[in-house]
Ligand binder design. Structure first.
Ligand code: DGJ
Length: 727
């Protein structure tokens, strides 16, 4: 049983973790523990309540010991006596902002919860899943908070979300509703966040927690290039194999906020949820507001295991069942190969040579519709340019299919160019504030998807494009952030809902598209990895990781991304040299070795390669297919790494009998020392043969000494090694 309840104490157990809380004095629900499995249920003796001066209490008992400003809570609210950052802020009809949340009831439900309209973790055929519904009630009104904790026993993940339910006679306005709160009785941790910019996404930033506030807020309307909604809190000495590591995801693709407040007693409160700046959601009588879901995991053996917990969990419970175990096609995208300069002949010729080398899907990027010959025009006019593509998408798809490849297409459906027939017909469909200038980004505006007509147009357009030919893949791009988030379709009291309603509309469209086209594979993209989150991964298992295709820089981006996301979710392509983002020249085999650790593909003009290079590409495609199972279903380990100098990582089969190691030496120095790469993935009780050399190693030798990587001449040199357990 994953969930236990005894004498007012709740204990949520996964295979290796325990999460516990209790109904304490006056019905307040106190958080007690999250970490490695323990046996005790009531931990009251571990978290004694200390009487502190200058605290406050809403109870008449002035001498009461229980002061909510000083104890860990499961879900805190603004406006009463908790002086820390709080999870919930609601405005009542009388203008007051307060909630005094006490235990009301609970229920244990078998399986996971459906969250209509929002991406969420599902059972997907796995067992060992239970949900606790904990109901809290505002002591002064009939506002309820239903917290759903779903315990995924096998994968060591707990998912949670909240409903704010209004049973009063008037509307209430939810101004903040975090998805996750975790009060920790120590702040002796590091905080890891994945931050960056366009072409620099998800670099690892690690800092010790400090007294006061820390965290990140995203106000761009997408999960953004700047701050991933994934983060970790870990022991100061935690590394890849040792130490406490907590990992968190917000399953959401819009504005988000993570706060960690370290108080005067050295405790830390972690909050994560929808960004609350400007947010205000009206909950009418009888209605409820549902927060996005948050995920949390814990590993007592470092960041590596924390990542692997999420890799397995996301693959099993966030990806659609269809994509859980299916090999996804090896693709070529024409963006960096041709940019806007292509036509039918060029694309079919690209497909023909790609097919001969083992590539399975051609993705036609932007430039196929309207007058879009650069990025100034035609978004919204999703009508094929028959000068470039006579016979339209149908003929092109047939041409590509005849060469033995599947056909995929690019769209940026949420956008509108000022120079478009759509804008001329519906200038009112743009997200904008009447009387104010509209900010423009990359020469484009955003469609107001809160407007049902605009939303329906987007849905109909996508469906008619997909219906028009044998299109098996859609690259769904989104190349600017939301600004002036105001919708003329909502009243003045409800403008604080626009960002979230926009996201709900995108999710709704995606849901309809994947239901209508169940075989369609979508790759999400937002100027590279600007919407790389578990919300998007619910609708499609892969996202273009970054517009930076430089292999040397990709190592950092993919390593950072791997902290929270599975390898199979990262679109990763071999591109031309000199690289289009950096000008760097990296050998072809190194470019491939980096790209293998993702959804592998190419983004260059195959026909511009020499015969030798084409032969190498053919070998690479064969290598990837041969190792697909190990890379995509195996467990991923980050190994020795020195930014900009050397990096290594490996994949191990679940039974540890096979290991595939990759190393890249980025920089060379004269007379450098050899390196040793330890391989914790090896089973200490097995003996392995290194296939390339026939050298044998005991697993514990690989764990503790590792293999010697001799100093190589030259920069950006890469190699792989495969180890197999002896029979
Ligand atoms: C941004 C994407 O990340 C690129 O791959 C490409 O599709 C361009 N948009 C096209 O405008």
């Amino acid at each position: 049983m994953a969930i236990l309840f005894k004498d007012g104490c709740f204990k949520l157990d996964t295979k290796n973790t325990t999460y516990s809380f209790k109904v304490a004095d006056y019905g307040y629900v106190m958080h007690e523990y999250y970490g490695k499995t323990i046996s005790d249920i009531d931990l009251g003796y571990i978290n004694p309540i200390v009487k502190r001066s200058y605290a406050a209490s809403v109870k008449e008992d002035w001498y009461m010991y229980f002061r909510i400003s000083d104890v860990g809570q499961e879900y805190s609210a603004y406006g009463i006596a908790d002086f820390r950052a709080t999870a919930l802020r609601i405005k009542h009809a009388d203008g007051s902002r307060a909630a005094d949340l006490r235990y009301f009831s609970h229920e244990i439900i078998s399986g996971a919860m459906d969250i209509p309209g929002l991406p969420h973790a599902t059972e997907n055929g796995y067992d060992g899943i239970e949900t606790l519904k904990l109901v809290l009630k505002d002591a002064a009104t009939d506002v309820f908070v239903n917290i759903y904790y779903t315990v995924f026993e096998q994968t060591d993940v707990i998912a949670r979300f909240n409903e704010i339910e209004n049973k009063t006679d008037n509307s209430v306005f939810v101004e903040k509703a975090a998805s996750l709160q975790l009060d920790m009785n120590s702040a002796d941790y590091d905080f890891i966040q994945l931050s960056g910019a366009w072409a620099k996404e998800r670099h690892i930033n690690r800092n010790p927690l400090a007294t006061g506030m820390q965290g990140f807020t995203v106000r761009r309307g997408t999960s953004s290039h700047q701050h991933s909604p994934f983060f970790s809190v870990c022991a100061k000495n935690a590394d890849e194999t040792n130490g406490d590591a907590f990992g968190f995801h917000l399953v959401y693709s819009g504005n988000h906020k993570t706060e960690i407040e370290v108080d005067q007693y050295g405790t830390a409160r972690i909050l994560s949820g929808i960004g609350d700046e400007g947010f205000s959601w009206e909950v009418k009588t009888g209605d409820k507001f549902t927060t996005p879901q948050a995920l949390m995991t814990y590993s007592s053996s470092g960041l590596g295991q924390m990542s692997r917990n999420f890799h397995k969990f996301i693959t099993r419970h966030i990806f659609r069942p269809k994509w859980k175990n299916v090999r996804r096609p090896l693709l070529i995208n024409n963006w960096e190969a041709t940019y806007f300069d292509f036509n039918y002949e060029k694309l079919v010729a690209l497909a023909e040579s790609a097919g001969k080398l083992g590539i399975e899907l051609l993705v036609m990027d932007v430039g196929w519709f309207g007058k879009r010959e650069d990025d100034t025009t035609s978004l919204g006019d999703w009508v094929v340019n028959t000068e470039k593509l006579p016979g339209g998408l149908k003929r092109l798809a047939e041409g590509v299919n005849e060469k033995g490849l599947k056909f995929g297409i690019w769209m940026e459906p949420e956008m509108i160019s000022e120079d478009s027939d759509l804008y001329r017909a519906h200038p009112d469909w743009v997200l904008s504030i009447p009387g104010r200038a509209k900010s423009i980004g990359r020469n484009q505006y955003i469609l107001d998807l809160v407007n049902e007509d605009a939303k329906q147009f987007v849905l109909d357009t996508i469906c008619s494009v997909l219906d028009s030919a044998n299109i098996e893949y859609l690259k769904w791009d989104m190349n600017r952030y939301l600004t002036e988030a105001y919708s003329a379709t909502l009243g003045k009291e409800n403008q604080g809902e626009v960002y979230h309603r926009y996201m709900l509309a995108v999710y709704d469209i995606l849901n309809t598209v994947i239901t209508r086209f169940p075989k369609l594979l979508i790759e999400h993209c937002s100027g590279g990895g600007g919407r790389f989150d578990t919300g998007m991964l619910y609708y499609s298992p892969q996202i273009w990781t970054s517009d930076d295709t430089d292999a040397a820089e990709r190592i950092e981006i993919q390593r950072g991304t791997s902290l929270g996301f599975p390898i199979t979710s990262m679109g990763s392509h071999v591109s031309a040299v000199p690289n289009h983002q950096t000008g760097r020249v990296t050998p072809l085999d190194t470019r491939a070795e980096v790209a293998y650790s993702g959804t592998f593909g190419y983004e260059l003009d195959i026909n511009a390669l020499t015969e030798e290079e084409q032969a190498e590409v053919k070998q690479q495609c064969a290598f990837y297919k041969e190792n697909y199972e190990l890379i995509n279903k195996g467990e991923y380990y980050r190994l020795a790494h020195e930014p900009g100098v050397f990096s290594s990582w490996c994949f191990a089969s679940e039974d540890k009998k096979e290991i595939l190691l990759f190393c890249v030496q980025l920089e060379a120095g004269a007379n450098d020392a050899n390196r040793f790469v330890k391989i914790p993935a090896a089973d200490k009780n097995m003996r392995y043969v290194e296939e390339e050399t026939n050298q044998t190693y005991f697993g514990d030798t690989l764990n503790n000494i590792g293999i010697c990587i001799p100093y190589e001449f030259g920069e950006r040199v890469a190699f792989s090694r495969r180890f197999k357990a002896e029979k």
